[in-house]
Design a protein around this ligand. Structure first.
Ligand code: GDP
Ligand code: IMO
Ligand code: MG
Length: 435
């Protein structure tokens, strides 16, 4: 059994793209199985930076098959844009990309609803990427108004769009009125009509036709042949709709628990689980973040780590490494080995903090709280370790790291109870230390 999964252990942007790209060479197939164009994965190689949203980070290897499964939600315009951009950069995207006919399609009404609703979450806004992810997954679960990629090719497609557009228009008008956002809704909808959607989505469908395939049977055959398959997670475990900091999450199972259901492979096929975490923490959007440093420490991390969202360009909230939260994600996924990324960003701090436990209503706990309220009030208990001054971005061997950096890595490994096998000291493929 040869399945490997790469899972983000924090709130996303852990450098999954870089690690998937690094591990691709040892695999036959790379699978993106959940999420949509809310994800932004970066791969830096040969002095070039590639931004990926839907296309798996394995696309840079010619002989590797890349797959988007039925667990993904697809905005056809954004994947076409991605294919066009990559092709212009000389990356071949032909038969090496397969898109499941079961994947659900994002329509303009999903984006409109996302924008309307995100202004209204009681209290703090979720701060979604406004890519229509939540509304599309809700339609998938609700079934009646959902459309899969395969439906784009049905003779009934124009009639279905007429019907759904009418229903969505009425629903969203009512919603906008209730939210006192009629003007915003009318502006968003503009001249978009059922007819214009049929026209544009028919064009998209034609462009995407060569990629659409039965990825379920393809993957099951690959599992039977014991092919080497790498599963690329999007978002992070703490954004998981069931196991994350709900409702400040995304709308799919982005922790390790989601791989098999979304990809359509048997759980026992998964053999290696890589957990990816930064040497500190970041979060984009709303929701609790116990180790957040909304101060000059956070700003320093943001500046050094260039912590601005790949998709929305929002400044990422930054804070210290949270071993309680990461240990929870590790246990959920059954992580075997850790990739610790962006370690170079911490160079220059006199001291570094690691959160080893929470104080919740006066009680010390090493477990991530089960309720949002308790996560909100959890006070981090920090352990301090000495920093290092050296620039480590050129280091390629563990032994060549400053002693305090080695100590920091060792301590994180100890607290998490898992070996750190990869340390990333810069965005480029080459800026990697294998232990
Ligand atoms: P993903 O969503 O998990 O794939 O991560 P993103 O690509 O959104 O964010 C990670 C960012 O950090 C990207 O800009 C990467 O190029 C960059 N990056 C990756 N690894 C390192 C590293 O070790 N050091 C530094 N300084 N940057 C890194
Ligand atoms: P990658 O794969 C970081 C966050 C959004 C928001 C919440 C819900 O690059 O790690 P959504 O649009 O999904 O309904 O937004 O989830 N979010 C991410 N944060 N990295 C991502 O992806 C994210 N995808 C969604 O900021 O807080
Ligand atoms: Mg990202």
């Amino acid at each position: 059994m040869s399945g490997t999964a790469v899972i983000g252990l924090q709130w996303g942007d852990e450098a999954k793209g870089k690690i998937v790209d690094l591990l691709t060479e040892q695999n036959d197939i790379v699978v993106r199985y959940q999420g949509g164009a809310n994800a932004g994965h970066t791969v830096v190689t040969g002095g070039k930076t590639y931004k990926l949203s839907l296309i798996p980070s394995g696309i840079f290897y010619k002989n590797v098959q890349c797959i988007l499964t039925g667990g993904v939600v697809i905005n056809p315009a954004s994947i076409i844009d991605e294919i066009t951009r990559l092709t212009a950069d000389g990356i071949e995207i032909k038969k090496n990309l397969m898109i499941s006919g079961k994947a659900h399609v994002i329509f303009p009404w999903h984006e409109w609803e996302d924008a309307l609703m995100d202004n209204t979450t009681t209290g703090e806004s979720i701060g979604t990427t406004r890519r229509g992810i939540g509304p599309c997954y809700r339609d998938k679960m609700g079934r009646s108004l959902a459309m899969r990629v395969s439906d784009l090719y049905s003779d009934r497609f124009p009639a279905r769009i007429q019907q759904i557009f009418h229903i969505k228009h009425e629903m969203l008008q009512g919603l906008a009125a209730a939210l006192q956002q009629k003007k915003e809704f009318n502006e968003m909808q503009g001249e978009t009509s059922a007819e214009s959607i049929v026209e544009s989505y028919t064009k998209y469908a034609d462009i995407l036709r060569p990629y659409v395939a039965d990825t379920t049977n393809y993957l099951l055959d690959a599992v039977d042949k014991d092919a080497k398959i790498l599963f690329e997670g999007a978002q992070g475990s703490l954004l998981d709709v069931d196991h994350g900091t709900f409702p400040y999450v995304t709308s799919s199972n982005s922790s390790g628990t989601g791989v098999c259901s979304a990809a359509g492979v048997p759980p026992k096929f998964l053999k290696n689980i890589y957990g990816i975490c930064k040497a500190y923490s970041t979060r984009v959007g709303g929701g609790p973040f116990p180790t957040e440093q909304d101060n000059e420490i956070g700003q320093r991390i943001r500046d050094r780590g260039n912590e601005y969202g790949t998709v929305t360009k929002r400044p990422r909230r930054c804070g210290w490494f949270d071993a309680v939260a990461v240990r929870y994600s590790i246990r959920l996924a059954g992580v075997d080995a850790i990739a610790l990324t962006l370690l170079d960003v911490l160079s220059g701090f006199d001291v570094l903090n690691i959160c080893t436990a929470y104080n919740v209503y006066g009680r010390k706990s090493v477990n991530f709280p089960g309720s949002l309220e308790n996560i909100r009030i959890a006070e981090p208990i920090y352990e301090t370790s000495p920093g290092w001054k050296e620039d480590i971005s050129g280091v390629r061997k563990f032994d060549d790291l400053p002693a305090n950096a080695k100590y920091f890595i060792g301590r994180i490994s100890e607290l998490l109870g898992k070996p750190v096998k990869i340390v990333s000291v810069g965005p480029d493929r080459s800026q990697t230390i294998f232990i």
